[in-house]
Design a protein around this ligand. Structure first.
Ligand SMILES: *Cc1c(COP(=O)(O)O)cnc(C)c1O
Length: 424
């Protein structure tokens, strides 16, 4: 299996080469060159076993091929409950990993793959990661203490929740946190600029742990494959997903899982007020823009990177509109849905999950549906607690982080400032 760039200029590479590179040399994103045929996940298979089955074909012929099962077993060692709300609707809880957001899946798999790829490398590896809140925490936790790897996390100052900030800044050792005076899009732009900087590249090997890295996205196919297989075996029906969307990595992984044959029905993208994708589906004009701050801050992305991968998979408007739909939920509706979810179902949703729940409520699609619950509500307790009028208990892993000291460096949103901070 080879991986090619979404743009035209790069040579096809193997999985480990694509993971090590992050971004393709022509500035595009790596995508699989071909699509293997999926087999329904067997009854009783655990998530790690499902991951090995889904991911092995993508590693065929690569040095990672014999390692996939072990990486999956290390990475996917926490539960993924599919909690029924009604007989047609369930919540797929993706927040039971160590940093309480679905980003743990991709980050932990990537860390396992990257440390194996880099074993015996002569130069240090610097992983640059831009985060709107949850990615950075998951990547920091996954790579903390791993030999031969340095991590630099860039996050928008003042635009992440206090608990998220703690998760970014509490590590020390090989993980450094940079509070960028700007928005998430500035962080993302800085990472891309750093990749293009010859001087920096001459000093160390660079890679990215953002969802531009294929090593983050492929493992996210696993739970879509697993949940849809379980529903298919039990009911003979496809499972449709509503996905809280920002950088569109999650949505891309779901579309890939459906492309290789998992029984997934509709894919509905649930956006907050950052509406580049919904507007595009309506107008046919791609107009990335500055992000706006919302209650669902991990989805505050004005220029979603993985749109490029979706456009690659669905290369014209007819194909794209047939493959996904996208909807917008404003902050007032997020609050109202959090309140209603608690009153009606006894569920406490984070703002991102609420965007998906609200989107589902408006759409009323036929068939079986799952809302992807992307973060534990405790990560956004400042928002959720006043709405439901109760306090939310912290998961044990998050509580432990709150006790650690916190350290960060503030920088201007330009490459010179980042380089200075990185190299000092
Ligand atoms: C990252 C994130 C999203 C958005 O996922 P994308 O892959 O960027 O579209 C949604 N919810 C939460 C909690 C997140 O951390």
């Amino acid at each position: 299996m080879k991986f090619v760039s979404t743009r035209s200029g790069a040579e096809p590479v193997s999985l480990s080469e694509a993971i090590a590179a992050g971004l393709a040399p022509d500035g595009g994103l790596y995508v699989p060159e071909a699509w293997p045929n999926a087999a329904i996940i067997a009854d009783g298979a655990g998530l790690a076993e499902a991951a090995a089955r889904v991911l092995s074909p993508f590693a065929e012929g690569d040095v990672l091929e014999p390692e996939i099962a072990a990486i999956a077993a290390e990475a996917f060692n926490f539960p993924v409950p599919l909690v029924p709300l009604t007989d047609r609707l369930a919540v797929l809880e993706l927040f039971h990993g160590p940093t309480a957001a679905f980003k743990d899946f991709g980050a932990r798999f990537l860390a396992g793959a990257m440390t194996r790829i880099r074993a015996g490398a002569s130069r240090p590896l610097l992983i640059l990661v831009a985060t709107s809140g949850d990615t950075g925490g998951a990547v920091a936790a996954a790579f903390h203490g791993k030999p031969g790897v340095e991590v630099a996390v860039l996050y928008p100052k003042g635009l992440v929740s206090p608990l998220q900030e703690r998760q970014l800044t509490c590590w020390g050792g090989n993980v450094r946190a940079f509070a960028v005076r700007g928005a998430f899009d500035d962080c993302q732009r800085l990472v891309k600029a750093a990749f293009g900087d010859k001087d920096l590249r001459s000093r160390c090997d660079l890679s990215s742990a953002n969802s531009i890295n294929i090593g983050r996205l492929l493992p996210q196919m696993t739970y879509f494959a697993w949940a849809s297989s379980n529903v298919w075996r039990a009911h003979g029906e496809k499972l449709s997903f509503v996905i809280p969307s920002g950088n569109l990595g999650h949505a891309t992984a779901c579309a890939w899982a459906r492309t290789i044959g998992y029984p997934i029905g509709e894919i509905v993208l649930a956006h907050n007020a950052n509406r580049a994708m919904p507007d595009y589906l309506e107008s046919g004009v791609w107009r990335p823009r500055a992000s706006v701050a919302t209650l669902a801050s991990a989805m505050d992305v004005g220029d979603p990177s993985n749109a490029e991968r979706l456009f690659n998979l669905f290369p014209n408007m007819t194909a794209l509109r047939g493959a996904v739909s996208a909807h917008v939920v404003d902050d007032a509706a997020i609050s109202a849905r959090i309140k209603q979810g608690y009153a009606e179902h006894g569920q406490i949703w984070c703002p991102h999950t609420a965007v998906a729940a609200e989107t589902h409520a408006r759409r009323h699609g036929v068939g079986r549906w799952a809302i992807a619950a992307t973060a534990h509500p405790a990560k956004f307790r400042e928002i959720v607690e006043p709405i439901i009028g109760e306090s939310i208990a912290l998961p044990a892993a998050l509580a432990a982080l709150m006790a650690r000291p916190s350290e960060k460096v503030e920088i201007e949103p330009d490459l010179a400032a980042l380089k200075h901070a990185l190299l000092s």
